[in-house]
Design a protein around this ligand. Sequence first.
Ligand code: 13P
Length: 384
Amino acid sequence: MAALAFSTKSFAPRQPLVAWGQKAHSKRVAPITKAGKYDDELLETATNMTKPGKGILAMDESNATCGSRLEGVGVENNEENRRRYRELLITTPNLGEHIGGAILFEETLYQSCADGTTFVDALKAQGIYPGIKVDKGLKPLANTNESWCQGLDGLADRAAEYYKQGARFCKWRSVVSIPDGPSRVAVTDCAYGLARYAAICQNAGLVPIVEPEILLDGDHDIDTTFEVASWVWAETFKYLADNNVSFERMLLKPSMVGPGADCPKRSTPEEVADYTLRMLKSRVPPATAGIMFLSGGLSELDSTLYLNAMNQSPNPWHVSFSYARALQNTVLKTWAGDDEKKDEAQAILARRTQENGLAQLGKFVAGDVSASESESTYQKNYVY
Ligand code: 13P
């Protein structure tokens, strides 16, 4: 048999493998202090979005999800109706008092108000940073019952385009299901994908929101959620560090640590706050700019009460909200496609943002609450 046409030399590593901590290793890892082109701007964006009393309005539902909400209140799902509804949200008077950023879906980033003002300019006029959901949604994870989040292909180019259009921060939502797993491969994939996304987007001038949502689905107790959340955040920070993501220039979007939706034992706001903060303090470096919770199916009232409970004593980070359902639920039902109800719907949004702004400061006191604000927004197998 003829000899193979290459020598073993070509397989030799370019430098000898060395153990962690030995000098040669550091040559293969970019130094943490490496200054990026957008470093100052990223820091400014993250700092401005996490001012006291401020949170994020998540309004980046995909066309299918936004559509099913619209259809739920009798409004046809088409581009113009999605635009009308989103215009109502972002033109709410004084929205910028308690909202530092609004996360948009790609379609929305390029839309305008009826008077021709672009959505980006309407937000900026209120001092609100436009953000963009950059993940491409969930897909089944082969050989498991779980899912993985796609969207890394072409992300650097898309992020550059979104920056040009005015976006200054972004979001990537991966999910972890407790009843369907979580398997090691799903948690690793979730964490690694988030870290690659965050690195790519910081390089493009967008402050990344890192969101490994632990779904509410299941009958597990609060201790199980605590264990899974601790695992997921440990993996996520390992890969964020490996990818040299700057913690000062990113935001986290965790689920609060509570029992599964079908767990018979319910928790008080104080228990949820205690578990959530214990988990975060053991996993999240204090340098991280902000913790902006998702509402995940909680009622509007509970999400405010839980946030308020978390801000009863000082935290190492800005602890705030990035809610979609818990800000929009009653607003959408009130508007229901009728522009005569626009002012009423906007007043509700202004109040919801003000209440959550107070909860960010630990100063929320519940007053009269409508039935809609106390109802759960949980949906089994929810897709965003
Ligand atoms: P919810 O507040 O409705 O959970 O949505 C927030 C979000 O952005 C999920 O990715």
